[in-house]
Write a protein that binds this ligand. Structure first.
Ligand SMILES: C[S@@+](CC[C@H](N)C(=O)[O-])C[C@H]1O[C@@H](n2cnc3c(N)ncnc32)[C@H](O)[C@@H]1O
Length: 237
């Protein structure tokens, strides 16, 4: 029987895992470094695939007041609201249900966008990734910045592992089912050339794309939660 790549994100156990991570793991040192480098506290920031609110919480606590955190999964939205409200009741209002591939916000209304921890690569296909990038491009202002990560199947400490797992899904290079603490997660591990190509095709120019270990030394909790991944910082042209 075919597995549904999106079903994992609708499960209560998965959402609880991400809500706990919002509190226990928090924003990574590498994420913080790149956010501070590329986003100003006056920016209106859109977060895609916010999960349990990990990055939104970190942004709000670090003095970025204008954040909208979104996820397509109703249970993720509920738990992200609960996590944020536990810190400040006013913060639960910033979480909204949105599908990253079909955002409903007006054109050019955000200065920046963040799609953290491989969220773009959890979408079911290249067509879905391109739809999300086009949708984000539409709501970003010209010159606005998109920050996201993607596991790299060619370079870095996880490359061999990614390369092996990547053969297991549907024969498309990079597609695989990753065993998680709950149900298997559909994931695409890309090459730098491939992701640069998708960004260029959708109207973005890459500013930098370091591996997470090249940005900062993340602690053991982050390494256990996320492993190695590659950041992409791209400017909307
Ligand atoms: C790997 S998790 C990352 C969660 C969170 N950003 C973090 O770093 O802890 C990917 C997230 O993307 C969400 N997601 C999956 N498909 C989506 C879609 N089409 N639109 C928006 N969010 C989606 C999932 O529900 C999940 O919360």
């Amino acid at each position: 029987m075919e597995r549904d790549p999106q079903a994992h994100w609708l499960e209560t156990e998965t959402a609880l895992h991400y809500a706990r991570s919002a509190v226990r793991v928090g924003i990574w040192a590498s994420e913080r470094a790149l956010i501070e480098r590329h986003f100003s506290q006056s920016h209106r920031i859109l977060e895609l695939g916010c999960g349990g609110g990990r990055v939104a919480l970190g942004l709000l606590q670090s003095g970025y007041p204008d954040v909208i955190a979104t996820d397509f999964s109703p249970i993720m939205v509920s738990l992200a609201r609960a996590v944020l409200a536990d810190h400040d009741e006013a913060w639960e209002k910033i979480v909204e249900q949105q599908d990253a591939t079909a955002l409903t916000y007006p054109d050019t209304c955000f200065d920046g966008a963040i799609y953290a921890f491989n969220g773009l690569m959890c979408l079911p296909s290249r067509a879905h990734r391109l739809a999300a990038l086009r949708s984000i491009h539409r709501v970003l202002r010209p010159g606005g910045i998109l920050l996201f990560t993607a596991p790299d199947r060619e370079k870095g400490p996880c490359a061999t592992y990614q390369g092996k797992e990547a053969r297991l899904a549907d024969g498309i290079p990079g597609d695989y089912w990753h065993e998680s603490e709950t149900s298997p997660v559909f994931m695409h591990s890309s090459t730098e050339a491939e992701t640069r190509g998708e960004l260029s095709e959708t109207g973005f120019t890459v500013t930098e794309c370091p591996l997470s270990t090249e940005v900062a030394s993340d602690g053991p909790l982050v390494r256990q939660f996320a492993g190695e991944t590659r950041f992409y910082v791209a400017r909307r042209t």
